[in-house]
Write a protein that binds this ligand. Structure first.
Ligand SMILES: C[S@@+](CC[C@H](N)C(=O)[O-])C[C@H]1O[C@@H](n2cnc3c(N)ncnc32)[C@H](O)[C@@H]1O
Length: 204
């Protein structure tokens, strides 16, 4: 989906139950896997959208920074921030294709269902890895190879999913250790079933 399309979809993003369930499933698996105290973690949610992942994990970490290139999505995200009495969340308009991320900054970087919209996934993983402090965690959830029918419109879809062996290699190439790559969930649609993987690694 293109930037325009994400801006249009933003207001209705949370209305699809599978999006909400997918984000909750991702967050649940992250905290099942990270077996240390995360209450002091500064967290990046890249391609945060309306904040389904950010708001699901905010109570278990110190801070969350949501970044996304869609003003429509960031507006919804900010409305949610304002409706909370206390929050540890902030947002930033950011395009990973054209901008850098701060180095050595986050204890946890998460990104859900965003990477298939990014052309150069090696640069994406490189930038996210570089933003981590030593021992920080990178957690990616996205589609495994699919037949191109996951989206009703493939405008802005750069990849029809990923081969998990390539993801694991990319994690290794970017100095990540303790790598786990496995199936996270299956999204059932009338036309097909789509497997979603989770990849977790820790910065050396
Ligand atoms: C499928 S949505 C996922 C949103 C959210 N992570 C979730 O789980 O609901 C993908 C998100 O990636 C964002 N995105 C796509 N390309 C981007 C880019 N080049 N830089 C930053 N954000 C991007 C879109 O605006 C959109 O919010």
């Amino acid at each position: 989906m293109s930037l325009d399309r994400f801006n249009q979809l933003a207001k209705k993003w949370d209305s699809k139950p599978e999006r909400v369930e997918g984000a909750l499933c991702f967050v649940d698996e992250i905290f099942k896997t990270i077996k240390e105290d995360t209450s002091n973690f500064n967290t990046l949610d890249y391609g945060c959208g309306s904040g389904l992942v950010s708001f699901a994990l905010m109570e278990q970490v110190k801070t969350v920074t949501g970044m996304d290139f869609s003003t429509g999505m960031i507006d919804i995200y900010n409305q949610k921030i304002q409706s909370l009495e206390f929050n540890n969340i902030s947002s930033l308009l950011h395009d990973i294709n054209n901008q850098e991320l701060d180095f050595n900054t986050y204890d946890l970087a998460v990104t859900n269902m965003t990477m298939h919209h990014i052309k150069d996934t090696n640069i994406f993983i490189k930038k996210l890895s570089s933003s981590l402090k030593p021992n920080g965690y990178l957690c990616i959830a996205d589609l495994e190879i699919e037949d191109g029918t996951f989206h009703s419109c493939n405008d802005g879809v750069e990849h029809f999913g990923f081969n998990i062996n390539n993801i694991e290699k990319s994690y290794k190439d970017n100095n990540l250790k303790n790598i786990i790559v496995k199936q996270l969930q299956v999204i059932n649609k009338p036309n097909n079933n789509f497997s979603v993987f989770i990849a977790i690694g820790q910065k050396i």
